[in-house]
Design a protein around this ligand. Sequence first.
Ligand SMILES: Nc1ncnc2c1ncn2[C@@H]1O[C@H](COP(=O)(O)OP(=O)(O)O)[C@@H](O)[C@H]1O
Ligand SMILES: [Mg+2]
Length: 349
Amino acid sequence: MSLVINSLSKHFGEVTALNNISLEVPQGCFVCFLGPSGCGKTTLLRIIAGLEQPDNGEITLNNKNLSQTHASNRNFGVVFQSYSLFPNMTALTNVGYGLRCRRLPKPDIITRSKEMLALVQLQDQADKLPEQMSGGQQQRVALARALAPDPSLLLLDEPLSALDAKVREELRHEIRAIQQRLGVTTIMVTHDQEESLVMADLIVVMNEGKIEQTGTPKSLYEHPETTFVADFIGGMNLLPVRIENGAAYFGDTPVTLAEKTATQNGEGKIGVRPEALTLSAPTNDTAANHIPCEVKSITYLGNLTRVFVSPAAHPELKVTVELHGQSPVPSPGEHLALSFAPEALRLLT
Ligand SMILES: Nc1ncnc2c1ncn2[C@@H]1O[C@H](COP(=O)(O)OP(=O)(O)O)[C@@H](O)[C@H]1O
Ligand SMILES: [Mg+2]
């Protein structure tokens, strides 16, 4: 099974919700659509589900074009943010809904529904109505209902965002474990970068109706290609640099990069993660990769300490440094140098 999306666009009046989206979702993969509110995630998911029609482009499943296949015939399981269970049905009858639509024999429906409730650890809640269950339990029932007909694709739209932090964290791991056990190809929409890093095999970062970058959590964190991705996934310090004849300068400090160097002279931006920065004794202001700075404030977080500094060449910037373990912690007002390895720097567009 492979889902292929080709040049998909969608407008709502003046609003471009999706702008030329192309994407392949491999068999058995857990894919997250990640991006800020309004970037088009739900629209893309609804088009895949068949609940919305695109203006242009096509979707194929195993080389079969889905445009003529009605939502109810796609055999996709869908879970939305709001619990959306039938309020007058018990947990067990809710789970059996898709099986009744497919006119399975009644004993088979009951057996399968019980099996699915056990999968989400709610076998003892079979007779409860939605209003008698917690939010987390209701989302478990919704998941069991979506999985009961053995869908070829599971679509989840922010299924955890209405839940409180502790339940959300438990369910992240539980959904991921179930997905891996069943091997069901899954697409989940989220605006929560941590959720996507924890759960996904592949993250599709979206911004303003477009795909910014697609990759594994590790590759996006370590090799973001754009400022947007760098900033959205994990914390990233962005330092403005001048590019002159292939060399980069922050103020008067030469900055050595390990990866691609810019070919064009002009303004550029480098990204460096807070944990990749260290603070050292001040040097003269032209030592490569040593940026003179002043310590502004310090936040103690137990396992790590965040130090906020402002570089002498750009005092308006607030650069975050994360110190772990036993590293000595400086004091506000101290004049130090920010230093970093060339490998830790990303030249961003
Ligand atoms: N039915 C609709 N009618 C008009 N505008 C819509 C409709 N659905 C979505 N939009 C607009 O399309 C854009 C993308 O929305 P959506 O896909 O819901 O984003 P996300 O799920 O990433 O928050 C937004 O600007 C939104 O206001
Ligand atoms: Mg949405």
